[in-house]
Design a protein around this ligand. Sequence first.
Ligand SMILES: Cc1cc2nc3c(=O)[nH]c(=O)nc-3n(C[C@H](O)[C@H](O)[C@H](O)COP(=O)(O)O)c2cc1C
Length: 282
Amino acid sequence: MIEHPGKTFQQETSYHRDSIQDLEEHGLDWRSKPPLYKFYSHAPVVSLPNPAHTPDEDPPLDLFTCVARRRSVRSFGATPISMLELSRLLWASVGITASFITPHGQDFYRASPTAGALYPVETYVVVNKVEDLEPGLYHYRVAGIDILERPIAEGSHSLELVRAGDLRSEISAAALDQAMCGRAGAVILYTAVFARSVWKYRERAYRYFYLDAGHIAAQLSLAAVAQGLGSCPIAAFYDDEVNALLGVDGETEGIVYMTAVGKPSRPFTSKADVRHTARPKE
Ligand SMILES: Cc1cc2nc3c(=O)[nH]c(=O)nc-3n(C[C@H](O)[C@H](O)[C@H](O)COP(=O)(O)O)c2cc1C
């Protein structure tokens, strides 16, 4: 039993001049590179609406207003979130934003940065109250796949239904009984598929899983504000219970972070909020 696992982790995953060559690109076995995508091949698939804004919509809030207005919101009302809002949350955090043709097919780049373009984070959605979407557990399908198992744009940005059912009590209990998880329209869960980054970065990869997930959750929090939604990042959870809910083993893939999101139960412009939303230099 390690006495100070956090401290040991920090030390053991540090780079040093004399050891870095072993850890980075040198000696990579490209044949054993793990696949970048996870699929639930037999799951029913729900396409998400196009996240792009149309000319007849009000323009979205500008980035700096979103930053100024972002607060962790833990109190959600009865109004469901819409499929379009969910689509935009997912697109702005983990969706494909660029693609490049390569000799081997197509490479996709996503909304949030990731160490080495290895994208170890998988995204799941516990749907409590989303218009036109059956409650249950969904997995976000980033890209589609062709018969040679190469990623393609067709079938991208959709949800695979992993398990239908009301998961409000289960998700709240697993998150240290945080009731907001049951009241939120949806809870977005981020796991890491550890081998994807360990393949290149070895033990240091364990730093990167959390950094990647942090980027993703941050972008989702701003995409929430832009749509008048509230969100709260959550790292207080029983890992084994969340992993069991997701059906992952915690060894090859495990929960790293989550975000509750929904319609706030009170308008955002209360006095308390305004106090916190002064723009820089105001
Ligand atoms: C890594 C991390 C874990 C967090 N976990 C929780 C959590 O489990 N429950 C919760 O209510 N808030 C959680 N929060 C939200 C923080 O409490 C919140 O960000 C902080 O109080 C600052 O408030 P603000 O987000 O409104 O700026 C977490 C935030 C971070 C960054």
